[in-house]
Design a protein around this ligand. Structure first.
Ligand code: RB5
Length: 150
């Protein structure tokens, strides 16, 4: 799958770890937004790169890692077409795909260990959107995004 990965300084180690692991698993990393070693940066910068890569269709999915996984989701969700969800475990990862059709997975580097991050991402990448009643709800999100009803 074509993937975009990004992090701020807090998520850098986990992002680089995932990059290698996902490349080894056969995924193509089409956009990588990480800081240099020792650099301090702002999570919206990486969220913008990854979110735009997904929204444009360059990447099929995106993964963003910061301290909490929360700032990344708030920032990425400002981009039209992005549905970013913070996943804390395999259950939230699965439901963010099957019910919410999340196209960006946000993760906390501070609260999750690397092994759990791997399991969350593996799960998230393999779950399909269920559609049906959930599609109707996505369409309502799209209507909010389009400013309908303002
Ligand atoms: C950076 O200090 C921190 O605010 C960021 O990594 C993230 O946790 C925001 O949600």
């Amino acid at each position: 799958m074509k993937l975009a990965i990004g992090s701020d300084h807090r998520g850098r180690d986990a992002a680089l770890h995932l990059e290698k692991r996902l490349r080894d698993a056969g995924h193509e990393i089409v956009a990588m937004a990480v800081l240099g070693e020792g650099e301090i940066g702002d999570y919206p910068d990486a969220a913008s790169v990854v979110g735009r890569s997904v929204a444009s269709g360059e990447a099929a999915r995106g993964i963003l890692i910061c301290g909490t996984g929360l700032g990344m989701a708030i920032a990425a969700n400002k981009i039209q077409g992005v549905r970013a969800a913070t996943a804390h475990d395999e259950i939230t990862a699965e439901l963010s795909r099957s019910h919410l059709d999340a196209n960006v997975c946000c993760l906390s580097a501070d609260l999750l260990g690397l092994r759990l991050i791997e399991k969350i991402v593996d799960r998230w990448l393999t779950i399909e959107f269920e559609g049906g009643r959930h599609q109707r709800r996505i369409e309502k999100i799209n209507a909010i995004e389009a400013g309908e009803g303002d």
